[in-house]
Ligand binder design. Structure first.
Ligand SMILES: *Cc1c(COP(=O)(O)O)cnc(C)c1O
Length: 455
């Protein structure tokens, strides 16, 4: 391209202010003037580079505003409507807090609290003490500790055990069937290495017997680690040893449960059962089946919990006050028998398909009215627990199926709505599962589809 043409295109680039007052005015209302201005500048910068390297892009104010809108829509944490039917959707924030838990977090955030203050003595207290009585009561364990997440709890527990070997470097015995990767790169063998303990593998991928464990024990054994293979299942010729049998062997059993169910759901191991069966430490997540905030919870013997609490890593893994407040409120719901109706994850996992049918019908007829031209019907669907819990467990559910248009294009438009709606494309249609819709989400789905057909 000639220099003159290049210069002329560069001169045509609109001024930031002009875009903000004109085509990006609505955008600035939605995202704030400062953020929108920054996005507009970024788009203009990109256009300048493109022109400099010989391109001739659209330099209209509308094009610049469109580019800024695309930048802004992908940025910042926003509310999203989860119509995937995956209850603990890791990419969509895993567990949704109950109203009570959210209120408790807001209170802790906007007021001072006795986070590390003992109100009876007027002296320094510990943030780790608040949830302990609740966790003891719920699980039957002697003591408890809450850290940032279950990955952290596992790292801390194993690190705290690393000093336990009597003859040389301490060993932790694990079945080869439980050397898993949880997701996000969290692999049990690597965590063991990081903790300074030696991994002693026993058994095979599909079969491990009690005698395999027995043979591996020595004076160096600091613990037997039992890991819940959370996100996959082995079927067929399999054999595994449960916590109760392992507890007869002598060394402390550390059970990494992950999912953290306090109430029966789909055969997931219960925390209180692992405690009763003799695990000296049980580790689980706060935002999986428990349905609370992101947290890693360790319950178990006073001896091992004390060691975890005294380990230097605890400071690096500590849970913040918002999390602790929300967790306390979540645990209280279980203790008071309100969890099934109060905790969103529990409610969603348990809602019978017949009730969903009624909700799906209402939604389908609202959608049909708002978006004429689309084919809308209620269909049976399969919801899932997600978040590395209940693998392969299919929950009968109901979805609104939208067809009569390109499903991928429709899905993209719904993701572009405010709030974005995330469904899933299945066999040439877009499915919107109602199991994971929260109060107010139905209206958002209807509006998103209304906007999508209007173009
Ligand atoms: C999910 C999971 C973890 C990690 O929990 P986060 O709270 O996500 O850190 C650890 N162990 C097991 C067995 C898990 O399933």
């Amino acid at each position: 391209m000639l220099d003159a043409e290049r210069q002329s295109l560069l001169r045509k680039l609109p001024a930031v202010d002009a875009v903000l007052r004109g085509p990006a005015a609505r955008l600035a209302e939605r995202h704030g003037r400062a953020a929108t201005a920054a996005a507009v500048r970024e788009v203009l910068e990109g256009l300048r580079r493109e022109i400099a390297s010989g391109g001739s892009p659209d330099v209209s104010g509308e094009a610049v505003a469109g580019g800024a809108a695309r930048l802004l829509s992908g940025r910042g944490l926003r509310r999203v409507v989860n119509a995937t039917g995956v209850v603990l959707h890791t990419n969509l924030g895993r567990a949704v807090l109950s109203e009570h838990a959210a209120e408790a977090a807001v209170r802790a955030a906007t007021r001072y609290s006795n986070l590390e203050y003992d109100l009876s003595s007027g002296r320094r207290g510990s943030r780790y003490d608040h949830a302990v009585p609740l966790l003891r009561q719920l699980t039957g364990a002697e003591d408890a500790l809450v850290v940032n997440n279950c990955a952290g709890a596992t790292l801390l527990a194993l690190s705290a055990l690393a000093g336990d070997g009597e003859e040389g470097p301490p060993e932790v015995v694990v079945s080869r069937g439980q050397l898993i990767e949880i997701g996000g790169g969290f692999r049990i063998p690597e965590v063991l290495e990081l903790s300074g303990v030696t991994l002693r593998e026993v058994g095979t991928t599909n079969r491990t017997r009690l005698s395999d464990y027995e043979r591996a024990l020595s004076g160096r054994t600091s613990a037997i680690l039992w890991v819940h293979p959370s996100n996959f299942e082995i079927r067929g010729f399999t054999e595994a040893v449960g916590v109760s049998e392992l507890a007869t062997l002598g060394p402390p059993v550390v059970a990494d449960l992950g999912s953290g169910a306090l109430m029966p759901v789909g055969g997931e191991p219960l925390v209180q059962t692992a405690v009763r069966e003799g695990a000296e430490l049980v580790l689980f997540s706060g935002d999986k089946l428990l349905g609370g905030p992101q947290a890693g919870i360790a319950v178990g013997s006073a001896r091992l919990v004390r060691r975890m609490r005294r380990h230097p890593l605890v400071r690096a893994l500590r849970a913040d006050k918002l999390c602790l407040a929300a967790l306390e409120a979540t645990l209280r719901a279980y203790l008071e028998g309100r969890a099934e109706e109060e905790i969103p994850a529990q409610r969603m996992l348990r809602e019978p398909a017949e009730e969903l049918e009624a909700r799906a019908r209402r939604l389908a007829s609202s959608v049909a009215r708002a978006a004429p031209g689309l084919e809308v019907e209620v269909v049976p669907s399969v919801a899932r627990s997600g978040g590395g819990t209940l693998p392969g467990h299919e929950i009968p559910s109901r979805a609104v199926r939208v067809s009569g248009t390109d499903p991928e294009a429709l899905a993209a438009r719904l993701r572009d709505a405010e709030p974005p709606v995330v469904g899933w494309v299945h066999e040439g249609s877009l499915l919107l599962d109602v199991r994971t819709l929260l109060p107010g989400d139905e209206e958002a789905v209807v509006e998103a589809l209304r906007g999508a057909v209007r173009g």
